[in-house]
Design a protein around this ligand. Structure first.
Ligand SMILES: Cc1cc2nc3c(=O)[nH]c(=O)nc-3n(C[C@H](O)[C@H](O)[C@H](O)COP(=O)(O)OP(=O)(O)OC[C@H]3O[C@@H](n4cnc5c(N)ncnc54)[C@H](O)[C@@H]3O)c2cc1C
Length: 449
């Protein structure tokens, strides 16, 4: 198994339950010892939740017997049936397999925009959430200490790119952080704080429909967030973000949440992809690669619940965790010579937490906003947390935050990191297919002799 996210952990837990130790040895390759509950990351960045409360231990399970390998796959040779692994100490090893389940998820999608690689900050990992929080608080600290008006204004201007649910939640939750924090900075004029949410699409969160998109827009505008639709970033440097409509925004913070791309690991297989995601059959097997399964954000899983020809499942946690269970069932069926079954799930809708009592939600097609939407949003995420201890931590954090607020502490743990996507999402860690084959040449020679 490669990747301990929503899909990977659901698959492992099912395999642990359905297979005996004599039937299979399960190995899980993961750079971290936790499963990250990504939908609550904006709340970590804004300080409502602590980082530990959304990091669910991989070892807390009564049935836990999986061998956990601390590291990441940097290439796969499906001929030699080997994963090339970089361990957390930086050593490169090869790990042979009989059956392979690929669930490495996705990375932040970027474009060829000057300055983006150096200046954009993502929100896909726990480190990024902690980094962004510290970075935003640092801007308040530095603006407060500065006597230079231009510097103050630039440090207090923030740009978020991406009007999907991740970007909208991020902008809304972080605006709430600065709105509350500035009360502790007596030298700062709250009017100087400016948040911009930018998206090339003509509407916010089109997947929620026009009514809820408008409701979200109204909430953001009421909070003073400037939303620019039909616009993107044309360049970024140390001091400014330039938009495609010609506006130049002096600022030191560009948060980039403009969609996701399948993990670069998928490219090392040399297999067929659909928009970068590994093409799979409805039973989650990879065509032409016997014994290989893939799902979650990294795979293009046919969406059988939609009538549309060629539809693929959107990259969401609700699909990933259900696909993980189906892949486990199908792997067990294949081992026992039984019939496999196709993955089909009708979307349950979306919940979008905008901080405080603001939210928009569409559970089972019912459109909600305000407090009812927030109750549904938090209730959904709370019940989806896999362990009771995580549920207790999150609930306690919500209560403490509601009663006592935040202390806006800047930890400085990641101050020495540049915070780029490369830094935190390891996007340049992967081998080319040729490099993979160079690593596995001796193993392929043995396999073919
Ligand atoms: C801010 C935000 C908010 C979101 N909100 C929602 C929401 O409200 N509802 C919803 O349904 N979805 C939401 N999503 C999307 C959802 O989180 C993803 O679709 C889901 O996490 C995909 O599951 P996955 O198992 O494919 O990948 P992930 O859960 O991302 O897991 C991938 C795992 O693989 C590991 N990994 C990566 N590369 C390697 C490698 N080379 N080797 C080994 N391991 C590797 C990673 O460390 C990670 O543990 C949100 C996402 C974000 C970023």
């Amino acid at each position: 198994m490669v990747g301990a996210g929503f899909a990977g952990v659901a698959c492992v837990r099912r395999l642990e339950r359905r297979l005996t130790g004599r039937e299979a040895v399960i190995s899980l390759l993961s750079p971290f010892s936790y499963q990250l509950y990504l939908p609550l990351l904006p709340q970590v960045a804004s300080g409502v939740l602590t980082p530990q409360s959304v990091a669910l231990s991989l070892r807390r399970s009564q049935k836990h017997r999986t061998r956990i390998l601390p590291g990441g796959a940097i290439g796969i040779d499906t001929d030699a049936k080997v994963c090339v692994v970089r361990t957390i100490t930086g050593d490169i090893r090869t790990e042979p397999y009989d059956h392979l389940v690929l669930t490495p998820g996705s990375v932040t999608r970027t474009f060829d925009i000057p300055g983006l690689a150096e200046h954009a900050r993502g929100l896909k990992t726990l480190a990024e959430a902690a980094y962004i929080r510290d970075h935003v608080i640092a801007q308040l600290d530095l603006a407060d200490a500065s006597e230079d008006e231009a510097e103050r204004a630039a440090r207090l201007q923030f740009v978020v790119v991406g009007g999907g649910y991740a970007g909208t939640e991020t902008a809304a939750c972080l605006q709430m952080l600065t709105h509350n924090a500035v009360k502790r900075y007596h030298r700062l004029d709250p009017e100087l704080i400016k948040w911009h949410l930018v998206d090339i699409a003509p509407a916010l969160m089109p997947e929620l429909g026009p009514k809820l998109g408008e409701a979200a827009l109204a909430i953001l505008k009421r909070r003073g967030i400037e939303v620019s639709l039909g616009v993107s970033v044309s360049s970024v440097d140390d001091d400014n973000v330039t938009l495609t409509d010609g506006r130049v925004l002096p600022c030191r913070t560009l948060i980039w949440t403009a969609g996701v791309a399948a993990s670069p690991l998928i490219g090392t297989l040399g297999a067929e992809t659909v928009r970068g995601r590994l093409m799979v059959e409805p039973d989650l097997t990879v065509p032409g690669l016997p014994g290989v399964y893939a799902m979650g954000d990294a795979a293009a899983v046919p969406d059988l619940a939609k009538d549309e020809a060629g539809a693929i499942c959107p990259p969401t946690a609700q699909h990933a965790m259900r696909q993980g269970k189906v892949a486990a069932d199908n792997l067990v069926a294949a081992l026992r010579g039984e019939q496999t079954y196709p993955y089909a799930h009708k979307d349950l809708g979306l919940v979008v937490d905008l901080g405080g009592i603001d939210a928009v939600s569409k559970p089972l097609g019912v459109e909600l906003h305000g407090l009812p939407a927030q109750v549904v949003a938090r209730g959904y995420h709370w019940s989806a947390l896999r362990t009771n201890v995580a549920k207790a931590r999150v609930m306690t954090n919500w209560l403490i935050n509601a009663v006592a607020g935040d202390d806006f502490v800047r930890t400085g743990f990641l101050a020495s990191k540049s915070g780029t996507l490369k830094d935190f999402e390891y996007t340049d860690a992967y081998l080319t297919p040729e490099q993979v084959r160079a690593h596995t040449a001796s193993l392929r020679a043995v396999a073919s002799s």
